[in-house]
Design a protein around this ligand. Structure first.
Ligand code: NG6
Ligand code: CA
Length: 518
């Protein structure tokens, strides 16, 4: 062979090898997770009153799912399920208190552990609300706060520990509270005898301290930044977060994480968990007044901005093409969740005085078993593999991320791992337009979806009458055909007793099983 041919051949082989490795390079994965963002709060899902150009662009570049769900109608349960592939009711997980212990056991498989096994770097930035500490020992906020995300498989974490309406109102980076002054120790719950830490106003004694806005039901303990919070905290004054710059802080952290990853030869998984649009909604002044919907609408504009920033960070680092971006929410919309923040929208269209309905055409929202509780915006973009501009009506659920990624990354799941997680890779990639054959939905009780059918079993509930007397009521079972009744208005349980019976039996079987997969 002459030299020119040799050179040509070796260049060709090198180029081909590079091409193959680029094709095979594992994609980065970013989950952008909203808090209380409803189906109807996003432009491409029908919102006309809140502009969301960045989220819309994300959807245009990939798949918009119209039947995509979080596993439950509240935060901690949904996050628990997304990260473990296990239904939250099996572990009795409800909304966690400010000083709750970590809800996810450290010895089970989690989504970040799975990515780690596949050679990924992993990080979480933003709202946690899955508890911290082992529950046996009191969390020492002045020392190392653990176990936490690191023990669950995240290499790096920058957290809002609970929710933005709960104490402690500080950021936690890995094991440490950020900017804590040891002369002003931080305590959550009770102030130890003799401790000398900053005392904050208690809204029950000094309601006038709530200068940012007034709050009701339960948000009336510690007042931080003029906002009443759930729970008591002392000290840590130098570490307090600023509510109005929280979105900027999380974006800054995520941006810096993404650019650091550029230097690494490993792919990464980033769980970006925004506090928007949960109460107390306190968007930065540059977003205030951007909608006619008060702080709730404006917080959504801030979240759209944050989403755009994550996309920009990927673009600036040349990562757009081979990064899977998943955009979704932890539960459906809520309007007045305890703060007088100018939000006037209500769940039902008749009452919506601004004409905006955060649950879109669906009934109910946060806390509720109707579709609005768990059917949320659900977008997946992956330019390298997924054709842009798709809409999919496949029924999909965040609880299936664990198994689906395990399948994609060639990691076997043991029978007792992620027991409720099914492999929905084809549906997530837009190749299967049907998705799940059936699915549980979780609020205070369970409901079952099977195709267009939605079944809510009869429930025993305690009710209090006007004169304060408690009594037990048994609600009627409900059956809806979402194909013709999206809004769950016509209960057809009496018209289709056979369907109801079948669904009741399946729901019970799944509920009491050792996992949906079995
Ligand atoms: C409720 C709070 C609500 C919100 C919710 C958790 C009261 C009366 N309400 O208990 O404001 O914090 O818990 O929201 O305290 S979630 O999105 O994290 O599930
Ligand atoms: Ca939430």
């Amino acid at each position: 062979m002459n030299k020119t041919v040799m050179l040509f051949l070796s260049l060709f082989i090198a180029g081909f090898a590079q091409f193959v490795s680029a094709q095979d390079a594992k994609p980065n994965v970013v989950i952008i997770y909203g808090d209380d963002v409803g189906y109807g709060d996003v432009g491409v899902y029908g919102s006309k009153m809140i502009p969301t150009p960045n989220i819309d662009k994300l959807a245009d570049g990939g798949i918009k799912f119209t039947d995509g769900h979080c596993s439950a109608a509240t935060c901690s349960p949904s996050r628990f399920s997304m990260l473990t592939g296990i239904h939250a009711y099996r572990h009795d997980i409800r909304i966690l208190a400010p000083n709750a212990a970590m809800a996810i056991p450290t010895d089970i498989l989690t989504l970040p552990k799975l990515f780690k096994k596949a050679g990924y770097e992993t990080a979480v930035v933003g709202k946690w609300h899955l508890g911290l500490g082992d529950g046996k020992n009191k969390v020492d906020w002045n020392g190392e706060v653990k176990p936490g995300p690191i023990e669950l498989g995240f290499n790096y974490s920058f957290l809002l520990p609970s929710t933005n309406d709960r104490v402690p109102c500080v950021y936690l980076e890995n094991y440490r509270v950020v900017n804590l002054d040891k002369n002003d120790p931080l305590y959550v719950g009770k102030l130890p005898a003799g401790a000398k830490s900053t005392v904050y106003p208690d809204a029950r004694e000094t309601p006038e301290a709530m200068t940012y806005y007034k709050s009701t039901h339960g948000h009336n303990n510690t007042v931080i930044n003029g906002i009443g919070r759930i729970g008591k905290m002392w000290g840590g004054k130098s570490a307090l977060w600023n509510d109005e710059t929280m979105a900027d802080e999380f974006v800054k952290q995520a941006r810096s994480y993404i650019s650091t990853q550029k230097k690494s030869d490993k792919p990464f998984f980033l769980y970006f968990s925004s506090q928007d649009i949960h109460v107390p909604r306190a968007p930065h002044p540059r977003f205030q007044g951007k909608t006619k919907l008060g702080h709730r609408g404006d917080a959504m504009v801030a979240f759209d901005w944050a989403t755009g920033e994550i996309m920009n960070a990927l673009e600036e680092n040349g990562m757009t093409e081979n990064t899977i971006v998943i955009f979704s929410s932890d539960n459906g919309p809520v309007y007045d969740d305890g703060y007088d923040d100018g939000t006037k929208v209500k769940t039902s269209t008749e009452e919506a005085d601004h004409g905006h309905d955060g649950s879109g055409p669906y009934r109910g929202g946060k806390y509720q078993i109707y579709e609005g509780g768990t059917r949320v915006p659900f977008i997946i973009r992956w330019p390298a593999k997924i054709k842009a501009g798709q809409t999919s009506a496949a029924m999909v659920n965040q609880i299936d991320f664990v198994h689906s990624f395990a399948n994609y990354l060639n990691i076997d799941l043991a029978d007792d791992e992620a027991i409720d997680s099914r492999n929905m890779w084809q549906a997530f990639m837009g190749e299967d337009k049907k998705g799940l054959p059936y699915m549980l939905e979780e609020a205070r009780g369970l409901a079952l979806r099977k195709g267009d059918w939605k079944y809510i079993p009869s429930l025993k509930k305690m009710r209090r009458s006007k004169d304060g007397k408690k009594s037990q009521v048994v609600t009627k079972a409900e059956l809806y055909n979402l194909g013709e009744d999206k809004g769950e208005q016509n209960n057809v349980v009496e018209k289709y007793p056979e369907v109801a019976k079948e669904m009741d039996a399946l729901l019970l079987k799944l509920k009491n099983s050792d996992g949906i997969r079995k």
